[in-house]
Ligand binder design. Sequence first.
Ligand code: CNA
Length: 372
Amino acid sequence: MSDNDETPDDEDVQSAVEYLKMLQQGNMFNGREGLLEQLKELAQKGVHPLEVLQAMRKPVQEEPMAQVLDSFDLEGIAKYIAEKGCQRIVVMCGAGISTSAGIPDFRTPGTGLYDNLQRFNLPQAESIFELNFFRRNPGAFYELAREMWPGNFEPTPAHYFIRLLHEKGLLLRCYSQNIDSLERRAGLPGDKLVAAHGNFDEAHVIDTEPEVLVDINELKSALDKGEEGWQKLREDKGGLVKPKIVFFGEELPERFARLHRTDLANCDLLIVMGTSLVVHPFAGLVGYAARSAPRLLINRDQAGTCDGLKFGFRFHLAEAQNWRDAFHAGDCDSGCKALSELLGWKEDLQALVDSKGAASVTRAPWVEPESQ
Ligand code: CNA
């Protein structure tokens, strides 16, 4: 803030406006447009959004419960699964489960997409997934889409672990932020997946109401022809065509809205893997999990802790303050393998990986066999 409230310092205004833009791109203001407008006004006066948001923040006190895990690690989680006979596990995942398939994530310094978009000459890295920028400059996203197009990549052991949970009869639902469709490619049935940020299954003409759908293969062959191809498609369809992946500022699919509250409220365990948990509303799912359900994060670094996320993880707090959260620091693949081994399912997971999902796996002993 400048000393003089009436004539704000230009640097203060710029820093406040830029910070606000970043929050907006994280979908933080969906359904809170009034707040956004107020913050914009204040930013023009040089008031940083953080100052306001921090002042508004009510202390969220979760009353600690009796401990539900014997130990706050993979061993504790494996023991809990077997002793409680879990059958309603919810998995939440992000780009980190696909990095070992060769698809970069967004935010890992050095290898993440945001550090490698210089060739597109973007005003800021996130612009490539912004509708406004796409309308003005579709070429950058189209080039990236061609590289990331599903079909070029194979599922990882972490994807097959999610499939394993399903085959064992333990998976209630998998919520994925990923757009690579590798969960389906690993053999997870459509009804078990919520592709929260969409994917390349369908395409649509942007800015159409009612929405005009386009066969995704039509988009693919247009993109394969380069700029000439997508310009022609744009003329034919009367607008730019984009895969139905969710850009910053776009609504999440109806399926996400319909299922997430009840799924999370009913889960008996939450497993979160390979995500920085900074994109909302997805990240907020962590806080919707039933209070008695243990929550496991497998990630290279800590994410989604309760100091930044409402009802977030408490594994970093003293034991008396944490009754159910475990953090396994490391790669998703090795974490999933270790957990499978602790459950006595190491060979089952390996069989799925080796057979690319073709192997058959028996259900967990506490789960009724599937009725034919
Ligand atoms: P992110 O913000 O890039 O975070 C990834 C997280 O995973 C970070 O905390 C990393 O440390 C961690 N990580 C990376 N590799 C591993 C690994 N092998 N094992 C364990 N942890 C690892 O990505 P998020 O998914 O959190 O962000 C949400 C965005 C990313 C969504 O909108 C996605 O659509 C988008 N995205 C998707 C893909 C994909 O579909 N594969 C790729 C890149 C980005």
